[in-house]
Unconditional design. Sequence first.
Length: 336
Amino acid sequence: MTDPSDDAVSLPGLGWSDFFADQCRSDEADFARARIATVHRARMSAMASTGPIRLMLPVHTNTGDFAVGDWVLVEPTTLTLHRRLERRTVLARRTEGSKIPQLAAANVDTLFIVTSCNADFNPARLERYLALANQAGTEPVILLTKADTADDVDAYRAQAESLQRGLAVVIVNPRSGEAVAALEPWCAAGRTVALVGSSGVGKSTLVNTLAGDAQDAPQATGGIREHDAKGRHTTTSRSLHAIAGGGWVIDTPGMRNLHVSDAAEGIETLFAEITELSPLCRFRDCTHAHEPGCAVQGAVADGTLDPERLARWRKLFVENRENTPVATGPRGNKKR
């Protein structure tokens, strides 16, 4: 069962909008609208306007096809799942060796990417999260924790802000009530945020702070190893929590390895300065590595583009190309 209390909540308060209403057919008027709150191997729970419910699943239902945050239609008498509505946004990642993306969360407005001002701060890993958010159509915001342990917090902030144009970066103390006020612009009623980041950076603590007294069972939290700033996995599943005062938050298990795939547009947005220079290259298929007349290499030469930034772009570009399955036609021919 999800954490929110049994008090009724309006559908708009849960995040319902015309996008989902327009998908409901006339013969589905009597079905209840509900939002998936937890997903387990053989069961799911949801939040409806009347409160939390335990869903009855039809035979052969694959819970792996559902994500926390999904909107579903439910038979009101038996609480049997009828069908899932199309998602407005979806956060998904492909694990190493997997052909099917793993669903992380659905219908998320803002992705809070949480990292600490210590050895956990890794620009290359943060860029992977940003590509994920961009591809999903979700607004990314970087949250910096453990600022009290850093000698130069402003340096961490500046480095984070440089990762993507217009990127919001907020310094928060997950244990302080001030974090609620700092994140209020993204946590209004009916809005949904999700948290990603390594274990031990304060995600579960921040969920507890945002939820306040609204949750029945606080998320378990854990510390980190001091020598490498890596934490233990305290969140093992995804869940939807009410934010005190409005909005919803989805906690996710810590992810140290995030393989990039199916994220070409997200990478283009992330590396906008390279994307905009590419059409100026002499060759249309320029790899920005050794070709003459390369505008990107020219920017590196004149100091307007960081060579490490270009190296990270190349690594993500190649990884995405190699990991993204190529659609094929009826005779096995690649589709373009």
